[in-house]
Write a protein that binds this ligand. Structure first.
Ligand code: NAP
Length: 290
């Protein structure tokens, strides 16, 4: 059994990004838009800004009031779409209720869509020719591939079907030859399905959801879920009781988490290459990770 700590891989990929950026005449730029004052979102944005600085990406922060009209936000995005110093645009989710998420996502140029949520990038992933891919799924693929964990021919069971995590991850795994089953809250007999997983991935946010009896012996278990229990950050998987039954497992915290921001940096670099150097290899580099 091996524990997959994301931090080491994350540091390695960040160093690769930092070194690559040193060879570019100007820094890639990432604009991060935060609407409102949600404390968790403020922490995420601060972490992203710090990570950018560490690898040499210029970050531009926009802190907007929670009552900003939707049209004003769309105008700011349009302005950033045309700003040549900005290669990636990220709007921190969730948004206030009066702003339609789909309008915001679709307003971002697909070339600057470092979250990988734009319909064009989603379509590219669907057609097995990925463009910019959502960061957490990309991080999971990095964790599997850089640890030489086989994917083709294996049954991957994903619990959680959001457009941010479960769905894009299902396509990435399918594109790599896995047989994929996606579960959600209406899935009946969840344990029966999860026990089939050679690779079992949980992305729900419900502690204790995946218990020992739900895991196939020798499975690779990737825990993306985050929730809080007795003041601690925990995942979906009953880690301590599952540990001796699996071949690989990610802890929470310290597993997939560190890779999510790293893949945002990687996506910003890819977006930069697509825009500035017009490097056609930029997308094939994503394929390598995803
Ligand atoms: P989400 O949009 O709330 O999606 C949760 C998914 O879980 C939905 O598909 C939901 O089904 C499904 N679900 C809910 N209860 C279930 C149950 N009892 N059995 C089976 N499926 C169930 O959340 P998300 O954005 O995908 O994030 C999922 C988790 O990953 C959260 O804890 C989040 O904090 C964490 N996360 C971590 C990272 C990281 O970097 N480590 C990044 C992103 C997210 P329905 O579709 O039927 O509602």
């Amino acid at each position: 059994m091996a524990i997959l700590y994301g931090k080491e891989l994350s540091d390695q990929i960040r160093e690769e990004i930092r070194q690559e950026i040193q060879h570019y005449p100007e820094p890639p730029g990432l604009a991060v838009i935060l609407i409102g004052e949600d404390p968790a979102s403020q922490v995420y944005v601060r972490n992203k800004k710090k990570a950018c600085e560490e690898v040499g990406i210029a970050s531009y922060s926009y802190s907007l009031p929670s009552d900003i009209p939707e049209d004003n936000l769309l105008s700011i995005i349009q302005h950033l779409n045309g700003n040549q110093n900005v290669h990636g645009i990220l709007v921190q989710l969730p948004l206030p209720e009066h702003i339609r998420e789909s309008r915001v996502i679709e307003a971002i140029s697909w070339l600057k869509d470092v979250d990988g949520f734009h319909p064009y990038n989603v379509a590219r992933l669907f057609s097995a020719n990925p463009g910019l891919v959502p960061c957490t799924p990309l991080g999971v693929m990095g964790l599997l591939e850089r640890n030489s964990i086989p994917i083709a021919g294996r049954h991957a069971v994903i619990v959680g079907s959001s457009y941010i995590v479960g769905k894009p991850l299902s396509l990435l795994l399918l594109n790599k030859g896995a047989t994929v089953t996606v579960c959600h809250k209406y899935t009946k007999e969840l344990a029966y399905v999860t026990r089939e997983g050679d690779i079992l991935i949980s992305a729900v946010g419900k502690s204790g959801l995946i218990t020992r009896d739900m895991v196939k012996p020798g499975a690779v278990v990737i825990d993306i879920g985050i929730s809080f229990k007795e003041g601690k950050t925990v995942g979906d998987v009953d880690f301590d009781n599952v540990l001796d039954k699996v071949s690989y497992i990610t802890p929470v915290p310290g597993g997939v988490g560190p890779l999510t921001v790293t893949m945002l940096l990687k996506n910003t670099l890819t977006a930069y290459k697509l825009q500035v150097s017009a490097q056609p290899s930029a997308f094939s580099q994503i394929n390598r990770e995803g």
